[in-house]
Design a binder for this molecule. Structure first.
Ligand SMILES: [Zn+2]
Length: 150
């Protein structure tokens, strides 16, 4: 509601980040892409997007197709790959979501949406294993830290 905004908020000095369990996406190349974060004002960060948007290992989908065709239970698949992707109610969710919130901050202060350094926690991970490696365990690279200094 505009009447509740302070002058700093109206001038763009404040970033609002909405954390949600709802899944959202963008429409590109004639199909929808689930997203973890949408930068802007307000920025949106989705815990469901964290689970659904980055891809699981390629072989996961190959095996899943075989299990579906043979009518077998898919829960065994999640057990086989447990720890290689983020699950719903995963205790790693909060620290990972902090990296995505920092991406929103990076965009807000610099206009840079993601970092190209695949070892930086502000990297645009497309794979769950990258999310676990850089968004969960990683830190901002020196270039991003410099941009985040105000
Ligand atoms: Zn970086």
């Amino acid at each position: 509601m505009l009447s509740m905004c302070t002058p700093e908020e109206l001038n763009g000095d404040v970033l609002h980040i909405v954390f949600t369990g709802r899944l959202f996406g963008t429409f590109e190349d004639r199909r929808y892409h689930a997203r973890v974060v949408l930068t802007g004002e307000p920025a949106l960060v989705s815990t469901s997007g964290l689970v659904e948007a980055p891809a699981k290992p390629r072989e996961y989908y190959f095996i899943k197709g075989g299990l579906i065709q043979s009518g077998k239970d898919l829960s065994v698949l999640d057990e086989m790959y447990k720890g290689r992707f983020v699950e719903y109610d995963d205790p790693k969710t909060t620290p990972i979501i902090c990296s995505y919130a920092l991406q929103a901050v990076l965009y807000h202060v610099s206009g840079k949406a993601f970092c190209d350094n695949e070892n930086c926690c502000l990297y645009n991970s497309h794979w769950q294993e990258d999310v676990l490696r850089v968004q969960y365990e990683g830190k901002p690279c020196d270039d991003c830290l410099e941009l985040l200094k105000l």
